[in-house]
Design a protein around this ligand. Structure first.
Ligand code: FAD
Length: 392
């Protein structure tokens, strides 16, 4: 893995940064206050080829990988415009369809996901499963007469369902054995559920979060889907699921690093200028050192994110799994710390709407909780990497 960023990546970084800064934090805050998605920025990013930079060229994408897509999200975040749907629409859904979808599914979805004219949300979390996704109960069964799928279950916290054309729902198919009939054994499977499908109900959750994307509780009430709503192979569920979840973790790291960088930049600008004694507050090591530490930790997290992206793009799903988890952990911790220190650096102004940093406190915490919590990553590393026994 080259440690020096290629000219191509530097160019992409600079171009996306210019786009993000053209819109800027004020634009993003306005969309949040108005409760509307950042559609203009999304459309422009799509036209410029940034949203589908990871998707195959033959379906309208840029032919790159998650390494390039993570640069896009990081730079938009660093400009104060983190687009959460980049994590789900091109990164999870686009990747899963590109890798496991049928030719018809690719032709139907990838061009739109690439240019941003269509979006797809992703729903796995359930109220009674939470971090234990092995426990999900949303179940798909076949209508023996028509071959249709009937999907029943509940999801929570699913982002962007109101604006996405469809949601990729993780359900379980009931295994039917030729000898014994229905076995009751359940396997994870992925289904494309268009937004207005009958029986697919959504209720907006009341979140204390300043974000353009809203979260939804979903009820799937015998949702009837055609046979081709299933993405990939019914028998390769877990492998396909992780092919989407690893990019999700890498992209959450990019989201966190971008946000951390944005907060740190604001804090440094302030600390250089604000003077209440002889020198600006940034001359006091009590202010300077934690900011320097935040910078180092964000840089370290980026290195691990780049490693994870490199492994994933090289086709090493297993190696990428561990690195993606560690990158998400490191980035979230660095982001939470950078935001906290940024707010503190501004003193009272850290909590004013004018300076706009306080709302990042909750936003930063999201990266510690979702899509997999800090503790579940520590569990993963304890068990998978260190070989320690499991308590659950
Ligand atoms: C803003 C936001 C957007 C989201 N968007 C989406 C989305 O688009 N699609 C989607 O499917 N989901 C989404 N989620 C859901 C998110 O992935 C879950 O919140 C997350 O996986 C944690 O699950 P939970 O909230 O049920 O927490 P729980 O599983 O109830 O965990 C609660 C606490 O217990 C800890 N814990 C649980 N088990 C263990 C254990 N074995 N050992 C140690 N500690 C443990 C956790 O670390 C956590 O701190 C979103 C969440 C948020 C907040």
């Amino acid at each position: 893995m080259p440690v020096i960023e290629s000219e191509e990546h530097k160019g992409l970084r600079a171009a996306v940064s210019a786009l993000g800064n053209r819109y800027g934090r004020a634009y993003f805050t306005r969309t949040v206050e108005e409760g509307v998605p950042a559609s203009e920025l999304w459309a422009d990013a799509g036209k410029l080829g940034y949203l589908g930079v990871n998707l195959p060229e033959e379906y309208g994408g840029g032919g790159g990988g998650v390494a390039e897509l993570s640069i896009v999200l990081e730079e938009l975040g660093a400009a104060g415009c983190p687009l959460l749907l980049l994590v789900v629409s091109p990164a999870i859904c686009g990747t899963v369809i590109a890798r496991f979808g049928t030719e018809a599914q690719k032709r139907e979805w990838l061009p739109g996901l690439s240019d941003g004219t269509r979006t797809m949300a992703f729903g796995i979390t359930e109220p009674d499963a939470g971090s234990n996704s092995h426990r999900i109960t949303t179940t798909a069964r076949r209508d023996p007469d028509t071959g249709d799928w009937l999907l029943t279950g509940r999801k929570v916290f699913v982002s962007g369902v109101d604006i996405a054309d469809a949601t990729l729902i993780v359900g379980r198919t009931e295994t039917v054995s030729a000898k014994e009939g229905r076995t009751g054994h359940l396997k994870p499977s992925l289904f494309i559920v268009p937004r207005d499908t009958e029986g697919f109900h959504r209720r907006k959750m009341d979140m204390e979060l300043s974000a353009a994307e809203k979260q939804f509780e979903l009820t799937l009430d015998d949702v009837r889907l055609p046979a081709d709503a299933l993405v990939g192979d019914e028998d390769a569920g877990l492998l396909q699921l992780f092919a989407g979840l690893n990019p999700e973790r890498i992209m959450t790291a990019a989201f966190a690093i971008g946000m951390g960088r944005y907060a740190l930049t604001k804090a440094v600008e302030y600390a250089r200028d604000r003077t209440v004694w002889k020198a600006p507050i940034g001359a006091h090591q009590a202010i300077a050192h934690p900011l320097a530490q935040a910078h180092i930790e964000l840089e370290l997290a980026r290195l691990m994110m780049q490693k994870a992206a490199h492994l994933y793009d090289a086709g090493d799903d297993v190696g990428a799994g561990e690195a993606a988890n560690m990158a998400k952990y490191a980035a979230a911790e660095a982001c939470v710390k950078a935001v906290d220190q940024a707010v503190h650096t501004l003193g009272g102004n850290g909590l004013t709407r004018e300076f706009g940093l306080a709302s990042l406190v909750t936003a930063a915490r999201v990266s510690r909780i979702a899509p997999v919590s800090r503790e579940m990553i520590l569990n993963y590393v304890s068990h998978q990497t260190l070989g320690l026994p499991k308590s659950y």
